[in-house]
Design a protein around this ligand. Structure first.
Ligand code: XMP
Length: 513
C-alpha cells in the first residue's frame, strides 16, 4: 500500500481555512489543518508533500503577530502562502509589507503570468477574490511578482528555485473563478501529489487500519441513526463484523420508519451485534405533562444517559468506544480543538461517565460531512440514510409545542412523513437543508363537511443555510405547499389548519423549541 500523501495547512485563523482544506481534497489530495504554532518537528513528522499557510485577521506588522519558524521554508517541500500567509512569508524572508491606502475587498481583475507553474492554464486576466488591508510592496530576494492588479503589484509572487509561492487573493473561494486551478497546480504539479485520495481508497485504508488497531478486541458504539454514527458503524462493521456492538436507544421521538430502518440496515446490510432498546414508554412517562422546552431536553438527555448506562453495564468492559466524530468537530478556525473529547454521541445527554473502555476509535475524524456521505455511498448504505437531514437529539419531542402525548407524536410524525414524501417527489430534498413539521399547540376553528371542528395547527418549517448559524426560509413552490397542506388535513387526524413558517434565523431558531 502506498503511503497517503498529505498537504499540511497551517491555520492563522481565517474564516476560509476549512475551505482551503475542502478544495485540496477536491483535487483528491489528503490534507490536514493544524494550528500555525505547530512545531517544525511535528510538521516534519507528518511528512507533508507541501505546506499551505492560510489567511488570517492579524497584521504581520503587529508585535505579537502569529508567525512561523522560518525553518519552514527550508523543509525541502513547496510552500504556498495565501493572503496573510503571503504577507508573513514576505515579512520573514526580507520583503516589505505595508498598509494599503485602501482596504481591497471584493472581486478584482488580476493579470496573471501564466508561464508560472502556479498560474499555468489560467486566463491572462482572471477574476479573483481579495480581502486584505495590508499588502506586499517589495518582494524578498529571489522572488518575482507573477500577478498584478490596478492597485497591487504583488497579487502573487514566487521563488521557484526554493519552491515558495504566494497569492494575495483567495483561491479557495468560488468568487476566484480559476482559484481551484491554482490550488490544483500547487498540490498536483508543484508538490507532485498523485491525486489518488478518493473515498474508495479511504474505505480500503480505514478498514485495514481499524483491523490493525482493534485486533481481536471489542468495540462499542452508540448509534443514533444520524449520518455520522451510522456511517462509522457501517465502516467498523465492514472491518470487524459482529465484534462491534451498537446500542440504539429508541426514545420514541424518531421519525416515521426510522427505527425500523436502523434495525434492518444493521442486521441485514451491515451485521453488527445490535442492541436496540425500546424505551418509548419510559421516555413518554418521563416527559408527561412537561411543556417547558429546556426541561424537556434535560429530561430526555438524562433519561438517555440512564438507558445507555444500563445497557453498557450489561455489555461490560470493551476495548474501544467508537464515535462518529467528524473533522469539523475536531478543527475550528484559528485553533484545533482538543482531541479525544468524548462527543455526546446522541447530542442529547452525552455518555455515562463510568463507561469502561480503553481507547476511543474515531474512523471519520479526518472527514468533512460530504466526504462522510460519500463513504456511506461507497459502502452501499441506503441513500436516505446517507443523505438524511440533520435531526435534533431530542427528536420530535421539541417539535411539539407544549406537553407531549402519544396522539400529538402521531400527528407530528405523520405530517412530517407527508412533507418528506412530497419534497422528495418534487426532487427538492438535496436543495433544502432541513424541512419538517411542527405541532404548534394552537387550536382553531374550522369546518369539515357540515361539522364545525376545533383542531390543531401544523406548521411547515423549511430552511436553506450553509452552517445553521443563520438560515433563510426555503421558497417552497406554491404547488408543493398546496399538496402538502391538502394531504396533511386529509390524512392526519385532528389537524384542520396548515401554516408555513417564513421566518429567518435570526431572529427565529430553526426548531420551534
Ligand atoms: P436551532 O433551532 O438552534 O437549530 O436554530 C439549529 C440546528 O441544530 C439542530 N438542533 C439540535 N441538534 N440536538 C441536536 O443534535 C439538539 O438539541 C438540537 N436543537 C437544535 C436543529 O435541528 C438545526 O439543524
Amino acid at each position: 500500500m502506498q503511503e497517503v500523501q498529505r498537504i499540511v495547512i497551517l491555520d492563522f485563523g481565517a474564516q476560509y481555512t476549512q475551505l482551503i482544506a475542502r478544495r485540496v481534497r477536491e483535487a483528491n489530495v489528503f490534507c490536514e489543518v493544524v494550528p500555525y504554532h505547530t512545531s517544525l518537528e511535528d510538521i516534519r513528522a507528518k511528512r507533508p508533500a507541501g505546506v499551505i499557510l492560510s489567511g488570517g485577521p492579524a497584521s504581520v506588522l503587529d508585535a505579537d503577530a502569529p508567525t512561523v519558524d522560518p525553518g519552514l521554508y527550508a523543509l525541502g517541500v513547496p510552500v504556498l502562502g495565501i493572503c496573510y500567509g503571503m504577507q508573513l512569508t514576505a515579512h520573514l524572508l526580507g520583503g516589505r509589507v505595508e498598509r494599503a491606502a485602501q482596504r481591497e475587498y471584493g472581486r478584482v481583475q488580476v493579470e496573471m503570468d501564466t508561464e508560472s507553474r502556479l498560474l499555468a492554464g489560467l486566463s491572462p486576466v482572471s477574476q479573483c477574490w481579495m480581502s486584505h488591508t495590508y499588502h506586499v510592496t517589495a518582494a524578498p530576494e529571489g522572488f518575482v511578482s507573477i500577478a498584478r492588479s490596478a492597485n497591487c503589484g504583488f497579487c502573487a509572487m514566487q521563488d521557484a528555485a526554493r519552491g515558495i509561492y504566494c497569492v494575495q487573493f483567495h483561491p479557495e473561494v468560488t468568487h476566484s473563478e480559476e482559484g481551484q486551478r491554482v490550488l490544483r497546480n500547487f498540490v498536483l504539479d508543484i508538490c507532485g501529489c498523485r491525486g489518488d485520495w478518493t473515498m474508495s481508497a479511504f474505505v480500503r485504508d480505514a478498514v485495514a487500519s481499524i483491523q490493525r488497531t482493534v485486533g481481536g478486541g471489542r468495540v462499542l458504539l452508540g448509534l443514533s441513526g444520524g449520518v455520522d454514527s451510522s456511517v462509522a458503524a457501517a465502516l467498523i462493521s465492514k472491518a470487524i463484523g459482529e465484534r462491534l456492538t451498537c446500542v440504539y436507544v429508541d426514545h420514541g421521538f424518531m421519525r416515521k420508519d426510522e427505527t425500523e430502518q436502523v434495525k434492518d440496515v444493521f442486521t441485514n446490510l451491515f451485521p453488527v451485534n445490535l442492541v436496540a432498546v425500546d424505551a418509548r414508554d419510559r421516555f413518554l412517562q418521563a416527559v408527561a405533562g412537561v411543556a417547558e422546552p429546556e426541561q424537556k431536553r434535560k429530561i430526555i438527555g438524562a433519561e438517555f444517559v440512564a438507558v445507555f448506562a444500563q445497557e453498557a453495564e450489561k455489555i461490560g468492559a470493551v476495548d474501544f468506544l467508537a464515535q462518529g466524530t467528524i473533522y469539523p468537530d475536531v478543527i475550528e478556525s484559528g485553533s484545533v480543538k482538543g482531541s479525544a473529547v468524548i462527543k455526546s454521541h446522541h447530542n442529547v445527554g452525552g455518555l455515562p461517565e463510568n463507561l469502561r473502555f480503553k481507547a476511543l476509535l474515531e474512523p471519520l475524524r479526518m472527514l468533512f460531512k460530504d466526504e462522510v456521505r460519500k463513504v456511506g455511498e461507497e459502502l452501499g448504505m441506503p441513500a436516505d440514510m446517507v443523505w438524511r437531514q440533520p435531526f435534533p437529539g431530542p427528536g420530535l419531542a421539541i417539535r411539539i409545542v407544549g406537553d407531549i402525548t402519544e396522539e400529538k407524536l402521531g400527528i407530528v410524525r405523520e405530517s412530517d412523513a407527508i412533507l418528506r414524501a412530497e419534497v422528495g417527489a418534487a426532487g427538492l430534498e438535496r436543495s433544502i437543508n432541513q424541512y419538517f413539521t411542527v405541532l404548534t399547540g394552537v387550536r382553531s376553528v374550522g369546518v369539515m363537511g357540515d361539522e364545525r371542528t376545533y383542531d390543531y395547527t401544523v406548521a411547515i418549517r423549511a430552511v436553506t443555510t450553509d452552517d445553521f448559524m443563520t438560515v433563510d426560509w426555503a421558497r417552497l413552490p406554491y404547488d408543493l405547499l398546496a399538496r402538502v397542506s391538502e394531504r396533511i388535513v386529509n390524512e392526519v387526524g385532528h389537524v384542520n389548519r396548515v401554516v408555513f413558517d417564513i421566518t429567518t434565523k435570526p431572529p427565529a431558531s430553526v426548531e420551534w423549541e
